[in-house]
Write a protein that binds this ligand. Sequence first.
Ligand code: GFB
Length: 314
Amino acid sequence: MTYSLEGKRVFVAGHRGMVGAALVRRLASESCEILTAPRERVDLTRADEVGAWFRAERPQAVFLAAAKVGGILANATYPVDFLRDNLLIATHVIDAAYRTGTEKLLNLGSSCIYPKFAPQPIAEAALLTGPLEPTNEWYALAKIAGIKLAQAYRRQYGCDFISAMPTNLYGTGDNYDPETSHVLPALIRKAHEAKAKGADSMTIWGSGTPRREFLHVDDAADACIHLMKAYSEDEHINIGSGEDLPILDLARLVAEVVGFGGRIEHDPTKPDGTPRKLMNSEKLKRLGWRARISLRDGIASAYRDFLQGDVRGR
Ligand code: GFB
């Protein structure tokens, strides 16, 4: 272990988002003080507010989990929000952390930073070796800039700033809005509504052939804390479950868990996106971390959250 969280003031930027909230839950079992910034007081896209908050609170460790995120359609529909907001958030938080002497920072990105046709499973070294997937290049470019910022502060100022790239995440606190959500919560909602209406079919976007890897957000939060303690290198590091599946198989699995037995149909007017993005997470495995929550168990737990109604996008 290279870094201890014990007794530290730990800031989770983005605590109301799915990943930030999972980090706050997971950090409760570490003996540290958890800091969060109320959105009303700190708009992370504003340098002055971020700077003032860091000067007042002086966090020793920072998890940068704040981001404008969304599924394939939201990414393509709101390019300014995905590029501008994410660039500003990363720039302000990373710079303020440097200026106020933060000891360690973990910057979170996404598997969409890799080229559309990267060799599978995708190793960290595939970054910037080919063109991006057009539906999410705005988000990807902002996240690549975040990695480079963390590296730049590391090289120029010796900051212990690292970056982690999780695969497609889902779980507690996910967004279930049909237009802006990612595929997994969208399918839970579609299967649930089809079952409730007694429909014969539910419709998925695209061909169903793209493959995706999924990781429960509680596993992702656990991996982030492991990396905060055990990883201190210039290169970003992948966080994945190690398994992927075609979207059609995911739809069948979700339908089974939800209890919907009808047909699955396709909407070919919606984009497929990148054909496959299975991450190579060997580097993380070598650090002694592995995912614990199976996809079926994770979907069942997400469906319970959805049924409780305490979810965004409903
Ligand atoms: O999760 P998703 O929106 O994003 O879509 P990406 C994954 C795949 O599921 C695509 C298909 O092939 C979609 O066409 N899909 C099928 C659906 N039915 C649905 C549906 O009802 N809703 C949605 N949303 N998809 C995102 C990036 O890419 O992944 C982000 O845009 C980010 O930038 C995120 O990296 C993790 O996996 O294609």
